[in-house]
Write a protein that binds this ligand. Structure first.
Ligand code: FHN
Length: 455
């Protein structure tokens, strides 16, 4: 499939929920010129759904870690964990329901766990018996999800774990995973495992339609997985496919996990995926060419997989404000759901996604297709930018007027409340902008003011 066609499909996906690209950008993309900018669809999408699902969901335990690092939190033996596929039969799995929920939240791409660290394949791989088609369910989950996403123009990416507790060339499987879960690359059989990885990536990129991104999760000492080889294989099959930074080479985007980088990521500065970024320059606004694409992934409670005991759900307001925080620093937000064993998504997750969607129904213009805003580091205001628009996101509504002082504010010619369209009076002198506001905040979670620059 040509890059132009692929680009058009992603753009159709974007247009499936309203006019999103400027006319010029659409013309450029539709002409295929944007095909040379592989990340255009991703920077437009901004908000995606992560999905962690597998037989582990039956036991309400985290994916894979209970056998890698046994803990009292998830008391299950490796034998019990590995027996779960024999009971896995998600008869209520409906990919269209997942897509509908993602679209209701204005999530514009999905990333699904095709194989987590445990090595269990949610697709019908020819290279292992440890897979979904060898369960009572018998059918290929990835195939059904890919078919539904293709039908509903929902861009679909694949999470793929290089660590694989099941493969005897990744580790000596005569021992418990807890003894060698980081893999044993010095064993003579290690190259066989790299061949296995490449073969499975070729399956994933030739059998299931357009794959918008590969989300590797290499954990530690990632260089052992020969990222260059895996990148070559992926891009040989689907050149537009984006690749993250978790197989030992930078790839297309950074992946801070469960946290926001304190400053806007810049090229040449790698974010350690699970250690807080100290933020060398917290309020620095980089030039566009300095900016490093990034995406933070987060759970709604604290578990990536389904866990009926984890009732520590983030509030809808917290999640909406996190989406704004991420967008205000130029990032994508990959918000995770862990479906229940039967394939349905628990009401607490659905409820929060619907609440985000309600907010996005009249504020998505300030998120989709935007980048970091010109004003950074203020206590209860965030900004995003798109073309000649600057969107001011107000967390705590002030009594009468909002005053912003910033070095690089453009000269504005108009101001309006995004939710109602109401025009606002404002005064701008030098670096100071003063906006006259109605007493009542238009939105209890985050109210957005759309400023249009003069040029
Ligand atoms: O170990 C995994 C974890 O289960 C989950 O998949 C997250 C998602 O990014 N990644 C790893 C932890 O960093």
């Amino acid at each position: 499939m040509s890059i132009q066609t692929v680009t058009r499909r992603y753009l159709l996906a974007a247009l499936s929920t309203g006019p999103l690209l400027t006319r010029a950008a659409w013309a450029k993309a539709a002409s295929g010129q944007a095909g040379t900018d592989r990340t255009a669809w991703y920077r437009e999408a901004k908000f995606g759904m992560f999905i962690h699902w597998g037989p582990y969901s039956l036991a309400s335990v985290e994916a894979s870690w209970p056998i890698m690092r046994p803990s009292k939190e998830f008391p299950i033996t490796e034998e019990q964990y590995r027996s779960l596929p024999r009971q896995f039969n998600p008869t209520k799995f409906d990919p269209h329901a997942w897509i509908a929920l993602a679209k209701s939240a204005h999530q514009r791409y999905m990333v699904f766990t095709t194989k987590h660290h445990d090595g269990f394949c949610m697709f019908d791989s020819a290279y292992t018996d440890y897979k979904i088609t060898n369960t009572p369910y018998k059918k290929d989950i990835v195939a059904q999800l890919a078919e539904a996403c293709g039908r509903e123009t929902m861009p679909l990416g694949f999470y793929y774990s290089p660590p694989d507790m099941n493969h005897p060339a990744f580790r000596d499987t005569s021992k418990l995973s807890s003894t060698n879960w980081n893999g044993e690359p010095t064993r003579a059989v290690w190259p066989t495992y790299l061949d296995y990885m490449e073969l499975q990536l070729r399956e994933l990129l030739t059998r299931y339609g357009d794959v918008v991104l590969i989300w590797f999760d290499g954990l530690y000492n990632q260089r052992k997985f020969d990222g260059e080889r895996m990148h070559r294989a992926i891009l040989e099959m689907q050149p537009p496919t984006l690749i993250n930074n978790r197989i030992g080479i930078p790839g297309d985007f950074e992946t801070p996990e469960q946290f926001l980088p304190a400053s806007i990521p810049v090229k040449g500065k790698t974010l350690d995926f699970n250690h807080k970024d100290t933020g060398s320059q917290p309020n620095y606004v980089p030039a566009p060419e300095e900016f490093r694409l990034w995406e933070t992934c987060m759970t709604i409670n604290n578990t990536w997989a389904y866990n009926k005991s984890d009732r520590d759900f983030k509030s809808s307001q917290h999640l909406i404000r996190t989406l704004v925080e991420v967008a205000s620093r130029g990032g994508n937000f990959l918000l995770n759901v862990g479906p229940q064993p039967d394939g349905t998504i628990q009401p607490e997750f659905a409820e929060r996604l619907h609440a985000i969607g309600k907010w996005m129904d009249h504020n998505s213009e300030s998120i989709h297709g935007t980048t970091y805003g010109p004003v950074q580091g203020l206590p209860s205001v965030r900004t995003t930018a798109k073309g000649r628009d600057v969107f001011i996101h107000v967390f705590d509504w002030p009594a009468a007027a909002l005053e912003l002082t910033a070095e690089n504010l453009p000269k504005f010619r108009s101001a309006r409340l995004l939710a109602t369209g109401q025009s606002l009076d404002f005064h701008q002198k030098d670096r100071r902008l003063t906006l006259k506001l109605p007493a009542q905040a238009p939105d209890p979670d985050v109210s957005v003011i759309a400023m249009r620059a003069a040029v």
